[in-house]
Structures are given as C-alpha cells and as structure tokens.
Design a protein around this ligand. Structure first.
Ligand SMILES: [Fe+2]
Ligand SMILES: [Fe+2]
Length: 270
C-alpha cells in the first residue's frame, strides 16, 4: 500500500505579539526569541510557504520593519514565501509593502494579497480590528475576494483572516471574531476556497463557515487556559504552530507545540 504524501506542506504561525528588543511582553515573555525558536523548529518541516496570520506585533511596539526584514532574510535563504496579514494589535499599514514581496495581486488594503504557491492560491485579507474588539471586511474587500476567485486555481484556494468567522471557546472572547461572516460566505460559497485559516483567539479551534472548514491556530506567543473561570482569560506560556498539509482530496491541520514538553517513549516504526 502506498502512503499518500501531501501535495504541499505549509506552516502557519499566528499571534507572535513581538515586543521591542530589550522589552518583555507583560513583563515576562521574550516574544522575539520565541519567534526565532518557532521558525527554527518549524522550518525543519520543509514547508512550501509560511503563513503568518496576524498580531505580528504587540500593540504600541514598533517592530514591524524589523519583523519584515527578518522574514525577508528567511524568504531569500529558503526561496519560500512568507504570507502575512495584519491583526488587531498591528498598526494600520503596519503589515505594508515590506511584507508579502512574492504576491501576485494586491487588494484594497495593504495586506490584502494573492499568492500562488505551486498551484495553490492563498488569499490574505486584512480583517482590521485595531481599536475594536471584533474584525470586519469592507464591501470593497469582499468584492475583490470574489473577483480573485472567478477563475479557479490548480489546487484551490486557502483564505487567511486574522479574525475567525466562528465563535471562540472562551465565553469572554465571544463576539470578537469576524463580523458579518455571512457576507463573506456569500462571495466564497461557490468558489474553490478549501479552508479559512485564522488566529486571534489564542486557543486552537476548528469549525466551519457554511460548508467551508475554518481552522484557528494556537498562538506562538501565549495561549489561554480553557480551564480558567469564565470571566477570566489566563495566558499560558506554551507556544503552538500549525502544519497545514494540502492533499488533492483534503486539507489537514495539525497543531504542534514547539515549547518544552516531556517525552514518554520513542519506538521504531515501519
Ligand atoms: Fe493575538
Ligand atoms: Fe488578535
């Protein structure tokens, strides 16, 4: 029996929440070091592209030029695109022209981009949300997404939006996802969009928008403890990323913890 190998393997990193060098996030977390460790480990999976799904910087930290340069270094070294969208912590225009140099088309907002990764189309959209506790797309953005999808791509399309079009598991984060998701569904429901990839919630969750799967990656920086009291958000120090395997028949999402964990056994296989 042959074992299917993925047509394409991608890595999704989300919610880096980078702080300025020499500073710590919430006085305890060195998120730039966390990002470097995450990339070093996740690149061992030999991905065809890296998706960075927003909240690249922590609010009011001026890190976006340095982060773009750092991603650019990896892109040049490895010859793979880094596909980035902004999140609610990223300043308006922060994920600008220094990002997404491999894009093949540009939408109404600076980080609305289209990439072609070996026949897989990846569309990133800016779901805004700076200074608000929810995300949204404009009418122009939805129209642009619809226009981009008129012609199907060889291996279909993945859509990237920082804010997820599904509710959070944590009660206190309900309502902070992508608003008017039904209007987005109207423009993608008859297209070749195979999945929507998001972040923002700082916990893994899967769902669907109509018939289209939605995956929310765990955050690289910190993640919420789902056992905590309903009226609190308790950030935990673990860092997660996602392996996205794109097969002809399906797309799979595998959550990977890249911070310390304890081995219980190793055994030979095959
Ligand atoms: Fe975040
Ligand atoms: Fe966010």
């Amino acid at each position: 029996m042959t074992k299917p190998s993925p047509t394409l393997r991608l890595i999704q990193l989300s919610d880096l929440h980078l702080v300025e060098e020499g500073k710590l996030l919430r006085k305890v977390m060195d998120t730039p070091t966390r990002m470097r460790e995450a990339l070093d480990q996740m690149l061992t999976f030999d991905p065809a592209a890296i998706i960075v799904s927003g909240d690249i910087g922590q609010r009011n930290h001026y890190v976006h030029d340095d982060a773009a340069a750092y991603f650019g270094h990896f892109q040049d070294q490895l010859g793979i695109p880094f596909i980035a969208v902004g999140g609610n912590h990223d300043p308006i225009g922060g994920v600008g022209t220094a990002y997404n140099p491999a894009k093949i088309a540009q939408g109404p907002e600076l980080c609305d981009t289209v990439h072609d990764v070996q026949g897989l189309r990846i569309i990133g959209v800016d779901s805004h949300g700076v200074g608000r506790n929810y995300g949204h797309l404009t009418h122009e953005q939805r129209q642009w997404v619809g226009d981009m999808l008129v012609e199907p791509a060889e291996h279909g399309t993945l859509l990237i939006s920082h804010h997820p079009p599904i509710p959070a598991t944590t009660v206190s984060q309900r309502g902070s996802g992508l608003q008017e998701a039904d209007k987005l569904y109207d423009v993608i429901k008859d297209s070749d969009v195979r999945a929507i990839l998001s972040g923002h919630y700082h916990h893994q969750i899967a769902g669907s928008l109509g018939h289209i799967p939605v995956w929310v990656s765990g955050a690289a920086s910190y993640n919420f403890n789902l056992f905590s009291e309903a009226e609190t958000l308790q950030g935990m120090n673990d860092g997660w990323a996602t392996i996205v395997d794109v097969y002809p028949e399906t797309v799979t999402f595998s959550s990977v913890i890249f911070t310390a964990r304890e081995e219980v056994f190793t055994k030979p296989v095959g």
